[in-house]
Design a protein. Structure first.
Length: 386
């Protein structure tokens, strides 16, 4: 029963929250003059909220292989519609979606996609398709990371399908590295043809980037086969091989309490604001849903209250953005202090290691001297001389 209810929650609230996020993004960009990069936290929050509503836990491995600030084309296998939410919420990189042109024609949603910097692709044949592809390649080369599904469609049985060489043209023209991405578990959560999502575990595995500068358009099939092989390797790899580096990183992380007192306080405040904001959005969504289910005239309190809460949520998002900037500044300062203290700790450890080594050498030398003295006096410890 709980599984069914979670599936219904995802089915009902995913489109409602998508619409709300679209409106907030438009308001932030057009009225509050935020940049497209400033609103990217909205789809990330949407992906995480929907995953939690559906009882889906998502883990991410391999992010350390990526260079910060560099554009990539992430190429992932496509098992489910839930792939989009999982990547959106948990990939952890600033990216845009390549989307078919028809989606940009949807009221509100299409406008939000345009303002957020998503890249339209005209899939029609002829010059329009080529022009669309060239424009997408230019924007990617200018520094915009994107995600593509080279299979072109969802897998009906969860198995990896053949990668289409056409998607490789975009990578070759832009000269941006291709990053193989394997998504596991989404086929069990929401397989093709199923309406309601089920709780489950999803894992995102990121592989080492593949340089595309050495390929030409004529070699697109070769690149597609190489990329498909890398994604297949990630799918078949043992989970422990990807989880170990993350566990190791947690063990090695140095977080001195003396440095983190103020940071921890700011971070707790930051997370508190997020929880309040998510609560407002969910409550407004529930009321709005009740207003849609009921007759508008008979249930004005639901729709009116939902509208008021929605406006409040918009201002809360603006406030959240300010806190996010503050958090990033604090986090950067924290990392610098941690690195500085870690270096000091290493130097102290090296110093005491040298002291210990010197002590051992001194003790050994003294012991040798004692033995030599004993030999000279009487033949060794415990022996009487004649």
């Amino acid at each position: 029963m709980l599984t069914f209810l979670r599936g219904v929650l995802v089915l009902v609230f995913a489109p409602i929250l998508t619409g709300m996020v679209s409106i907030v993004a438009i308001v932030m960009i057009l009225i509050f003059r935020r940049s497209a990069a400033d609103v990217q936290f909205l789809p990330r929050a949407l992906g995480r909220i929907v995953a939690r509503l559906g009882g889906v836990s998502v883990s991410m491995h391999g992010a350390a292989l990526l260079e910060q600030g560099r554009p990539y084309i992430f190429a992932a296998n496509h098992q489910s519609q839930f792939d989009i939410l999982a990547l959106q919420g948990y990939l952890g990189c600033d990216f845009r979606w390549l989307a078919k042109l028809e989606l940009f024609q949807i009221p509100i949603f299409g406008k939000a996609m345009q303002l957020a910097g998503y890249i339209p692709v005209d899939r029609a044949h002829g010059r329009k398709a080529l022009k669309s592809l060239d424009e997408a390649a230019r924007r990617i080369a200018d520094g915009t990371s994107v995600i593509i599904f080279p299979e072109g469609t969802r897998s009906p049985d969860g198995r990896l399908g053949e990668f289409k060489p056409g998607a490789m043209v975009l990578a070759i023209k832009s000269g941006v590295p291709l990053v193989p991405v394997a998504i596991l578990g989404t086929h069990q959560v929401l397989p093709k043809g199923r309406l309601l999502a089920r709780p489950g575990r999803v894992e995102i595995r990121v592989g080492a980037p593949i340089a595309t500068s050495e390929y030409t358009v004529k070699q697109k099939q070769e690149l597609a086969e190489r990329l498909q092989g890398k994604v297949a390797e990630l799918l078949e790899a043992e989970a422990g091989a990807h989880a170990a580096p993350r566990k190791e990183a947690r063990q090695l992380k140095i977080r001195p309490a003396v440095v983190l007192d103020d940071v921890g306080k700011s971070r707790r405040e930051y997370h508190g604001k997020i929880k309040v904001l998510v609560g407002i959005l969910l409550f407004a969504g529930i009321l709005g849903g009740l207003g849609v289910i009921c007759d508008w005239a008979q249930a004005p309190i639901f729709t009116e209250t939902a509208f008021v809460l929605f406006v409040a949520a918009g201002f809360a998002f603006v406030y959240y953005m300010e806190k996010l900037k503050e958090y990033k500044a604090i986090d950067a300062s924290e990392q610098a202090k941690i690195a500085e203290l870690a270096q000091e700790y290493r130097e102290v450890a090296e110093y005491w290691q040298k002291v210990a080594d010197s002590g051992r050498e001194l003790v050994a030398a003294e012991y040798e001297a004692i033995l030599a003295f004993a030999d000279a006096k009487g033949g060794g410890p415990g022996c009487q001389g004649e």
